[in-house]
Write a protein that binds this ligand. Structure first.
Ligand SMILES: NC(=O)c1ccc[n+]([C@@H]2O[C@H](COP(=O)([O-])OP(=O)(O)OC[C@H]3O[C@@H](n4cnc5c(N)ncnc54)[C@H](OP(=O)(O)O)[C@@H]3O)[C@@H](O)[C@H]2O)c1
Length: 321
């Protein structure tokens, strides 16, 4: 057989296998590879990781995954009693690798921007260092595009974008002044941050904006590690707190009985992405992973659009397929 024919067959097989992996894995192929063969989470032992939104869901699960390997933590959110529970869980799973002083509770409302610098000072006073900031706090949305009040657009951007950018700027300045520009900024974005899902227009726009801010940071500060982690549907309480189209209103629904990845698996994958300093990763159960791959490619997005109605996309997102 001619060399070119062999090459062609090898290429077809390679792409076939690659697409099969999109269908069977619960995250992008590179992240799955690192979870099996990459740097272990133990390589981060002793580092200090500050997680916002650590009182529940993905933030809590990430904290527990890191604590298991002796990573020192700053846990931030508004609900102090939940943070205390997460702190106790972290110390328990660390099996002697962490003491109470290694898991620092820092109550914080992300929306109080004027407090951000003093919160960072408290972290530095406590640990005398900070290695990674994980911007995880945030709220989602369910609303018809046409019905969204402009105040909701502003409120959602305030929490999911501006508060994150503001806190990150303080931490980046600390890295530039104190560590020669070396440090790590991570963020929980969303598959809605590079694909577009129905009935969450402001949220999609906010996560797209956050991704752009962080990618621009990486271009300006190449020594900084920047990790954008994008989950698909995850089984957390986030629908309780999600914005609607009306200011002050919350969706108030549970995600129980929906087909969603567990927060624990999501936390493990996020921890792997951070330990391996991966710049862009995502996760989600079938068919979210395959849809995420298509969303990254304009031609595939167009083809997918022929088959996926807004109703189907919504069913997948709400774990009803
Ligand atoms: N679940 C999903 O399907 C999914 C998918 C993609 C992306 N995400 C993203 O994942 C992140 C975490 O969400 P989750 O699903 O884990 O939901 P969650 O369980 O509701 O967690 C949200 C966290 O954000 C904190 N938070 C909310 N408003 C805050 C404020 N003003 N100041 C400080 N902390 C605040 C909450 O803590 P307090 O209430 O104690 O302050 C809580 O710890 C969000 O950025 C979300 O956009 C979630």
């Amino acid at each position: 057989m001619a060399f070119l024919e062999l090459l062609f067959i090898a290429l077809v097989l390679y792409y076939f296998l690659y697409v099969v992996l999109w269908l069977v894995l619960d995250c992008n192929v590179a992240l799955w590879y690192k979870s099996r063969f990459g740097v272990s989470l133990s390589s981060m032992r002793g580092q200090v990781v500050w997680i916002t939104g650590a009182s529940s869901g993905i933030g809590r699960a990430l904290a527990i995954s890191l604590a298991r390997h002796g990573v020192r933590l700053v846990l931030s959110a508004r609900r102090v009693s939940q943070l205390e529970e997460v702190q106790a869980e972290c110390i328990a799973v660390a099996r002697g690798l962490l003491a109470q002083k290694d898991v620092f509770i820092l109550p914080m409302d992300m929306l109080q921007l004027e407090q951000h610098q003093s919160h960072l000072n408290k972290v530095l006073n406590h640990f005398e260092r900070l290695d990674v900031l994980v911007n995880n706090a945030g709220r989602s949305q369910r609303a018809n595009w046409a019905d969204i009040e402009i105040e909701v657009d502003r409120d959602l951007f305030e929490l999911d974008v501006f508060a994150v950018v503001h806190l990150t700027r303080h931490v980046v300045r600390y890295f530039l002044e104190q560590t020669g520009g070396r440090g790590h900024i991570a963020a929980t974005s969303s598959v809605a941050g590079f694909g577009v899902v129905p009935f969450s227009a402001t949220y999609c726009a906010a996560k797209h904006a956050l991704n752009a801010y962080l990618r621009a940071l990486k271009v300006e500060q190449p020594k900084l590690e920047v990790s954008i982690f994008s989950p698909g549907p995850i089984a957390t309480n986030f629908l309780q707190e999600a914005f609607t189209g009306s200011q002050g209103e919350k969706v108030g629904l549970s995600t129980a009985n929906q087909k969603r990845m567990t927060a624990e698996r999501c936390g493990e994958l996020f921890a792997t992405a951070i330990a391996n300093k991966m710049d862009f990763t995502w996760c989600g159960l079938f068919p979210v992973n395959a849809i995420a791959y298509c969303a990254r490619n304009p031609t595939l997005t167009k083809i997918l659009g022929q088959f996926m109605t807004e109703k189907t996309l919504n069913k997948i997102r709400e774990g009803k397929m």
